[in-house]
Design a protein around this ligand. Sequence first.
Ligand SMILES: *Cc1c(COP(=O)(O)O)cnc(C)c1O
Length: 439
Amino acid sequence: MTIPQPAADPAEHAAARRERVLREAVRHRLLDPEDALLAAFVDLDGVAASVAGLRAAFPAGPDVLHTFAAKANCLVPLLARLRELGLGCEVASPGELAQALAAGFRPDRIVLDSPAKTRRELAAALELGVAVNVDNWQELERVDALVGSGTPGSRIGVRLNPQVGGGSIGAMSTATATSKFGIGLADEGNGKRLVEAFRERPWLTWVHVHVGSQGCPLDLMAEGVARAVAFAARVNEELGRRQVVGVDLGGGLPVNFADDTTAPTFAEYAGLLRARVPELFDGGHRLATEFGRSLLAKNGFTAAYVEYTKTSGGRRIAVTHAGAQVATRTVFMPDTWPLRITAHHPSGAAKDGAPVPQDVAGPCCFAGDLVATGRPLPLLEPGDLVALLDTGAYYATTHFQYNSLPEPAVHGFTVDAAGAVRFVPLRRAQPVEELLRPV
Ligand SMILES: *Cc1c(COP(=O)(O)O)cnc(C)c1O
């Protein structure tokens, strides 16, 4: 086999890299038409490059903590890699906190955000020294009770809802006037009440903002950050002391699912923030970020076998093993979450026949289990493979249990300069026995 050299065209390079990995995966039987019908792959070199891009875009040093939003891809070995690359971890449930700790993150490099933290969860976080962003007034009272007259070992902030409005996906927009997240900055009386809350609690030292995940324009995200930073300045001014020392900017950098270009980049977003909120970069604040999708999505793909092909009512359909169980959002909201799909021979080699419109269906027993409809692709045949691109975040690792379909294996990979692919297990395929646990 000839070794593909990085092509001048980055899209060509990305396609050749995926093809090479698929061929090797078939050769190593990580994909197998009976025993491994479906598997997900994460490009660990790509993840390292994405992390480097993030770090380069923002100031460096001990006052800047980039955390990875664990919900985007919560596998412990992957989280451990991200820790080795210098990241912290943002978690939003006891399960994610346990995964972050198992991945070796120091508690002071973990940030707990969740709108539904229980008393016990809050107590555990404060006990460990995990940073906490308080979501609402009632949670603040619970934290008061836990802190008592002492000084918490955790840094504690308040999640502000800057109420700047939504992006193109309602379900992903967290800074609308009526969002379930945070304390609405513009709601009657809240500004004053928040200032007093900070005055009474010298340990309340951070503000947190997260405008949305996917679909939010950079301007809207920057406006949300600007309002949070302006509010922090107001608190410090009214209190006459530098009480708010840190700003947690959240995540939400949108991902381009249309082709292999990474756009927008972390550098573009940081550049916009630098222009719009320069005080964020003047060294006067500690900073945290919480990116998820933008670090992982383009660094992963999901591959599945075509089991059958048929024609119904004049429509060509390929029935594959990737459906709603691994591409839940795409199946239920196909217009909002379309995915690129590539067609491959059983060897993993790309198919290059003339494109024919086909529905790409999943294995689930409901009619809407389609990952694409009328998609022009080289004609798929039984035994072929399809790859669902840009699925490194919120796909195979946010499994939807339907028809008792098991969670597929997830394999990390690296490709060395000579083109040799090395696989690293990130999650084994779920054995059927696991579905048989007695009550
Ligand atoms: C989901 C979430 C993130 C990560 O969002 P991405 O779109 O994956 O970058 C960060 N912070 C909070 C509070 C979140 O809820």
